[in-house]
Design a protein around this ligand. Structure first.
Ligand SMILES: Cc1ncc(COP(=O)(O)O)c(C=O)c1O
Length: 397
């Protein structure tokens, strides 16, 4: 892994952890230096910082770690995953512009593309089934479409995008590919598979603590510099930058992300296999019958398995709620909450929660049944203890 050879930042006094540069603003010894920072002659890479809504040294250090993780030239962290998504889309599209996006996306992203961007920015989106490559091709309007937007593994339906093929289709038509890799950090490296830009909700696996809201944009140095441009940069001008204290906290969690991901994925695979044996309708890309099983295997980095999320389709919302209630309130298998990547298992009924922004037809197109429970499998307790808790709850419903 690239993290093995990444630069290690030391603290101000030789501490083995980096210091937090908490200042909002930075001084200069010579007045002319200020002018040169504003013209770009003196840059953050050379140690010159202007103001923390622009580059901040601690946020830049975390961003370098995230860029290493994703194999991109640069990255910059944001106040949330939605901040990363909205700023990058606004940077890449102008008024009158067009996006082609997967119909299977996190509900918030779907609402941003479907409602907010058309109303506020006159940027429209055509939603497509990314498994249907002809549909993707046909939706691209040459000269108008600038972005193909996907999730590497979709929330909540766990559809895996064929990144090499979709990137080839987009690039043939001069379209940039933006991939949300929130569900599969370490497991998939979208840029090595052809994508131009990766966005993350760091709130999820990368944080792992469910205590921080954060995001990141990974891509070329010229993309990051354009986002920070004093006249035209969406990050600089809309201002959803990350706080340095948050950056420090997250930076401490990157070194064990790999271990956490492996355990999330290992347990999800075991549980999905056992749930299937019990006759439950389980959706998990690690199962051979999942339509994207072979595709994911061909794209995934070794030893990370097939992801830490599985879905159980209980068919009706009522049955889903009964099971979740038992799992939380009686046997303590998991917690009813949205979000993912926490050490405890988190469960939510997607149709009435994180995908409730979609109407009935959109949910049907995305394959979200009313009884679909999304489970982000945790790793606290032993695997067997937790499995007994699952079986007990199931027996009660
Ligand atoms: C796939 C995906 N992308 C983006 C987001 C938004 O991230 P945040 O909540 O950090 O703004 C979420 C949130 O659930 C998500 O699941």
């Amino acid at each position: 892994m690239a993290l093995a050879t990444a630069r290690h930042e030391f603290g101000e006094h030789g501490g083995i952890n980096m210091s937090i540069e908490a200042s909002a603003t930075f001084t200069v010894m010579e007045p002319l230096t200020m002018r040169k920072m504003f013209t770009g002659e003196l840059a953050p890479d050379q140690g010159f910082f202007i103001y923390s809504r622009h580059f901040n040294p601690t946020v830049l250090n975390l961003s370098r770690q995230i860029a290493t993780l994703e194999g991109t030239e640069a990255a910059y962290c944001t106040a949330s995953g939605m901040a990363a998504i909205s700023t990058v889309l606004m940077q890449l599209c102008s008024s009158g512009g067009h996006v082609v996006a997967s119909c299977c996306l996190y509900g918030g992203t779907h609402a941003l593309l479907n409602h907010f961007l058309p109303r506020v920015c006159n940027i429209t989106t055509t939603f497509v089934d990314v498994r249907d490559h002809e549909m993707v091709k046909d939706a691209i309007v040459e000269g108008k479409t600038t972005v193909l937007y996907l999730e590497s593994m979709s929330n909540p339906t766990l559809i895996v995008a064929d990144l090499p093929e979709l990137c080839r289709i987009a690039h043939d038509k001069g379209v940039k590919v933006v991939v949300d890799n929130t569900f599969t950090p370490m497991l998939l490296s979208p840029v090595s598979l052809g994508a131009d830009i990766v966005v993350h909700s760091l709130t999820k696996y990368i944080s792992g603590g469910a205590d921080v809201i954060a995001g990141a944009i990974c891509g070329s140095a010229s993309l990051v510099n354009s986002l920070m441009d004093l006249h035209q940069g969406a990050l600089m001008l809309l201002g959803p930058t990350m706080n340095a204290k948050v950056a420090f906290e997250l930076s401490e969690r990157i070194p064990h992300l790999s271990l956490r991901m492996k355990e999330h994925c290992r347990r999800a695979m075991v549980y999905a296999t056992r749930m299937k044996k019990l006759g439950l309708k389980v959706i998990y890309p690690g199962l051979e019958e999942h339509p994207d099983h072979t595709l994911l295997k061909s794209m995934a980095n070794e030893n990370y398995g097939f992801g830490g999320i599985l879905c159980l389709d209980m068919e009706t919302e009522e049955k889903a709620n009964q099971l979740m209630s038992q799992l939380q309130n009686c046997t303590r298998f998991g917690i009813m909450a949205v979000s993912l990547g926490y050490h405890e298992t988190l469960m939510s009924c997607s149709g009435s929660s994180t995908s409730s922004e979609m109407n009935a037809e959109e949910k049907k197109m995305a394959g979200i049944s009313p009884g679909l429970i999304r489970m982000s499998i945790g790793y606290s307790g032993t695997l067997e203890q937790k499995w007994i808790q699952f079986e007990k709850a199931l027996a009660r419903v």
